[in-house]
Design a protein around this ligand. Structure first.
Ligand code: IVH
Length: 704
C-alpha cells in the first residue's frame, strides 16, 4: 500500500517502490510549492517540507538511475561556481521612465493616445501594479525547462545566477500547464526580493553571529542572490514576482493581463495587487490604493508601474532610448530622509527600562515631519555606532515609529566621540543595571524614581485596568508634579483632600478646571471603586505580571488578602507556599522573584493597605463555564477587532473557559475574523474550521 511505502526506510525500498516514492514525492512537493508560492497557504511546515526533500534526495542517491525529470532536487543549487559568468541578454532588460505627480500621469496617457492616434472615445487600458523594490532577474526557459538565469546587469549583459535562482522555491524548474501553452523559448522576467519580516529575522541572526548587517531588504536580497556559493543563497529566504518577458517564441497572448494569467498557470507568483485601469482617474486611484497599503505590505515597494495592456499597442509604441514608451513608473515620495541626530534622550518606563530616543532636526519624510526616531536599545546604538551630532538616514514606514537606518560616517565631525550609554537613571540617578542576557538596562530606583512612579500611575488608570475617564496621561503628570497624586491611593483620596477647608486651591478654582469638570473627575473616580481581583492585580503594574498572569494569580488565590498572606510565607524560598506559587502556570522563578520583590517592599504594603481601605476588591469568581458556549474550545482571533482590543478579547474568551491560540491548526474550534484577516483565515477555511465575525461571536457569548 502506498502509505506503507511512504513509511519505509530508504534502505528497505525495492527499485519499484523507490520509483513510486520518487513519483509521489515529486507530485507532493510540487503541490506544496504551488500552495506555498501561488496560494500563499502552505499546509506543511518548512521542517516537514525539508523532510520530504531530504527523503527524496536519499532515494535519488541510492537509485540515481531513477532520478526524474521533474525531480524536486533539481531545484537545489549546483556546486559553487567560481565567479559569475556573464550572460548577454538576447533582448535588453530596459529601465522605466518616471512620473512624479498627477499631471505627469495625465501626460503619459495623452502621449500614448497621441502616438496611437486614438480618438477621445477609444479607451487605452493600462495595467497598474506595484513597483517591487528588489532585483530584476531574467530566467530563460527552453521547452518549458529552466535553462539559465541572469541579473539585469547593465541591461545588455548580466551575471549568470542560474544556480542561485534554482534555490528559490518560487522559481519553477518546469513551466506547468498544457504543452500548447508553453513557448519553445521564453525569458521570464521579474523581481527577486526579501520580505520585511525575513529581513528582520536575517539581520537578527546575522547580529547574533557577529556577521554583516544589511541596511534594508533590497540590499539583503541582493547580497543573498549574488553569492558565489548557492548554498548560502538557498539558506536565505528569497521570493519573487514575475511580470515581464524578454525573448519569446511563439508569442501567443495579446495583452499584459493575459500574460500574467499565463505566468500564474506556469507556476509563477504574480503580484496580487495588479489591476486593469481604463482611465487616468482609475490609474490614479490604483496608485492611491496601493500607496495606502504600502506600509502594511509584507515587502517593500517604491511606486506603481503603469503598462499599456494591449500588446499591439505596445508594439506600435516601441521604445525611446532605453525605456518603453508604453510603460512608466509612478514613484512614491521617498520615505527615507537625511537629517542630523541632535541628541540621544533616555526615557524611563514603568518597570524602569531605559529606552534611547533620537531627537532629530525635523525633516519631511514622505509627507510627514519627523523629529524623533527610535534607537531600540543600547546594543543597537553600539552596533551602528550612532553618535550625537551624526548625520543620519532615517526611514518611516507607515505608522511605525521612524528608525535610524544608517549613519553617514563621512559627514561626522572630527572631534565626535562614541555615545556613552548611561549607567545611572537620568531621572532619579539610581544605578541602572543590565542583567545578563537582557537587552535592556533598568533603573533600580523603584518607587523613588519619579519616571517609574508616573508611568505606573498611568498604567493604573488605563483602559485595561481601572479605566478612569478624565484621568489621562497629561492629568496624571500634572497631579504628580504638584504632589496631589504620588501613588495609587492618592487617586481615591483626592476628592476628600480637595474638599478640605485648609485647601487653598481646590480643583474647581484652578486654571483649566471648573466646578463641573472637577465634579466629573471625582464621579469618574468614584465609579471605579469596585474592581475585580484579577484586574486589580494587573493594575499594580508589577514587572512581568501581564493581564494573563494577573488572571492566573487571581484564580489561584481567590482574594487579595489570601494572596498577601500566601506571598508573605512564600518569601521563604524553602516554603510550601513558594512551591505553590511556582506551580501556577506561567509563573517561573523570574516572575516569582519580581512578584515577591514587590510584596516585600514596605512602601508597596502601605499602598495595598490604603487601596484595600478605599476600594471594594471583588474576589475572583471562577468563570461560569457550564453555560459558556466556548468552554474547553480553542479559539483564534485574527484581523482587526472593532469592539475590543486583542488583550480584552483574549481575557474575555479565557474567562469563558476557552483556550486562546495564536495560530490556526486542526485543533482550532473557532476563528473570529475581523477585517484584514489574512493567512489565518485562509488556513481556517482550508481546514474547514468554523469562522465567525466579531459581531456574531459577541452574540454567541452573550456580550452583544
Ligand atoms: S517592468 C520594459 N514592472 O524596475 C519594462 N519593472 O526601473 C521593464 N521593477 O529594472 C520593467 N517592479 O527591475 C516592471 N512591476 C514591475 C516592476 C519593475 C520593479 C524594476 C525592474 C526594472 C526597474 C525599472
Amino acid at each position: 500500500m502506498a502509505e506503507d511505502r511512504a513509511a519505509l526506510p530508504v534502505n528497505d525500498l525495492s527499485e519499484n517502490d523507490a520509483a513510486a516514492e520518487l513519483k509521489r514525492l515529486a507530485g507532493e512537493m510540487a503541490e506544496h510549492d504551488q500552495r506555498y508560492h501561488q496560494d500563499d497557504a502552505p499546509v506543511v511546515s518548512d521542517a516537514d517540507y525539508d523532510a520530504l526533500k531530504a527523503r527524496n534526495a536519499a532515494i535519488e542517491k541510492k537509485f540515481p538511475n531513477l532520478i526524474r525529470e521533474d525531480s524536486p532536487s533539481l531545484k537545489v543549487g549546483a556546486a559553487p561556481s567560481s565567479g559569475f559568468t556573464k550572460v548577454q541578454h538576447s533582448v535588453p532588460m530596459l529601465s522605466l521612465g518616471n512620473v512624479f505627480d498627477e499631471a505627469d500621469v495625465a501626460d503619459f496617457f495623452a502621449r500614448v493616445r497621441r502616438f496611437l492616434g486614438l480618438g477621445d472615445n477609444e479607451p487605452v487600458d493600462v495595467i497598474a501594479e506595484p513597483k517591487i523594490d528588489g532585483l530584476g532577474f531574467s530566467a530563460r526557459y527552453e521547452a518549458g525547462r529552466f535553462i539559465v538565469g541572469a541579473t539585469r546587469g547593465d541591461g545588455q549583459v548580466g551575471e549568470d545566477i542560474t544556480a542561485n535562482l534554482r534555490t528559490i522555491r518560487d522559481m519553477p524548474d518546469m513551466l506547468m500547464g498544457p504543452a500548447e501553452d508553453v513557448p519553445d523559448v521564453i525569458e521570464i522576467r521579474g523581481e527577486v526580493f526579501m520580505t520585511k519580516a525575513d529581513f528582520d529575522a536575517l539581520n537578527t541572526s546575522q547580529g547574533k553571529k557577529g556577521a554583516k548587517l544589511f541596511a534594508n531588504p533590497r540590499n539583503a536580497a541582493a547580497g543573498s542572490l549574488r553569492q558565489l556559493d548557492p548554498k548560502i543563497t538557498k539558506a536565505r529566504p528569497l521570493t519573487l514576482f514575475a511580470y515581464a518577458w524578454g525573448e519569446i517564441n511563439p508569442l501567443n497572448w495579446d495583452s499584459q493581463q493575459a500574460y500574467i494569467d499565463r505566468l500564474k498557470a506556469w507556476g509563477f507568483s504574480t503580484n496580487p495587487l495588479t489591476q486593469v485601469c481604463t482611465t487616468v482617474e482609475e490609474a490614479l486611484a490604483a496608485y492611491t490604493a496601493i500607496g495606502e497599503q504600502r506600509a502594511a505590505l509584507p515587502y517593500d515597494i517604491d511606486g506603481v508601474v503603469y503598462k499599456v495592456n494591449r500588446l499591439d499597442y505596445q508594439q506600435r509604441l516601441g521604445f525611446v532610448s532605453r525605456a518603453p514608451r508604453w510603460a512608466t513608473a509612478h514613484k512614491f515620495p521617498a520615505e527615507q530622509a537625511q537629517t542630523v541626530l541632535e541628541k540621544i534622550d533616555i526615557q524611563v518606563g514603568r518597570t524602569g527600562s531605559l529606552t534611547p530616543v533620537a531627537r532629530l532636526t525635523p525633516v519631511n519624510v514622505g509627507g510627514v515631519v519627523v523629529s524623533n526616531a527610535t534607537l531600540h536599545n543600547e546594543d543597537e546604538i553600539e552596533r551602528k555606532d550612532i553618535r550625537e551630532g551624526d548625520t543620519v538616514i532615517i526611514q518611516r514606514a507607515g505608522d511605525v515609529i521612524p528608525q535610524v537606518v544608517q549613519v553617514l560616517t563621512d559627514k561626522r565631525a572630527k572631534d565626535s566621540t562614541p555615545y556613552a550609554y548611561p549607567s545611572t537613571c537620568p531621572i532619579c540617578d539610581s544605578l541602572a543595571v543590565r542583567e545578563e542576557g537582557e537587552a535592556i538596562r533598568r533603573c533600580t530606583g523603584g518607587l523613588i524614581c519619579a519616571a517609574q512612579a508616573v508611568e505606573r500611575l498611568k498604567h493604573f488608570v488605563s483602559r485595561n485596568t481601572f479605566d478612569i475617564e478624565g484621568l489621562g496621561a497629561k492629568n496624571i503628570e500634572a497631579f504628580f508634579e504638584e504632589g496631589a497624586i504620588k501613588n495609587p491611593v492618592d487617586i481615591f483620596t483626592l476628592e476628600k483632600r480637595d474638599a478640605d477647608p485648609d485647601n487653598l486651591t481646590p480643583l474647581k478654582n484652578r486654571e483649566g478646571w471648573g466646578k463641573t469638570s472637577a465634579e466629573n473627575l471625582f464621579a469618574a473616580i468614584n465609579e471605579k471603586r469596585t474592581i475585580g481581583f484579577d484586574r486589580f492585580m494587573f493594575a499594580l503594574g508589577i514587572r512581568q505580571i501581564g493581564q494573563a498572569t494577573a488572571r492566573l494569580l487571581a484564580q489561584a488565590y481567590g482574594s487579595l488578602s489570601a494572596l498577601r498572606s500566601a506571598l508573605a510565607l512564600a518569601q521563604d524560598r524553602e516554603s510550601e507556599s513558594y512551591a505553590d506559587l511556582l506551580n501556577i502556570e506561567s509563573v517561573g522563578a523570574a516572575v516569582a522573584d519580581d512578584l515577591l520583590a514587590f510584596f516585600a517592599e514596605a512602601h508597596n504594603q502601605e499602598v495595598l493597605d490604603g487601596l484595600a481601605r478605599e476600594l471594594t476588591i471583588e474576589d475572583f469568581e471562577a468563570p461560569d463555564t457550564d453555560s459558556s458556549p466556548i468552554a474547553g474550545k480553542t479559539v483564534v482571533f485574527t484581523g482587526t477587532l472593532e469592539t475590543m482590543s486583542r488583550n480584552e478579547a483574549k481575557a474575555g474568551a479565557q474567562a469563558l473557559g476557552a483556550k486562546v491560540a495564536g495560530t490556526v491548526s486542526a485543533k482550532t474550534d473557532l476563528v473570529i475574523a475581523g477585517p484584514g484577516a489574512g493567512s489565518k483565515l485562509k488556513k481556517a477555511e482550508e481546514l474547514g474550521v468554523e469562522v465567525t465575525t466579531e459581531q456574531d461571536y459577541l452574540v454567541l457569548v452573550g456580550k452583544a
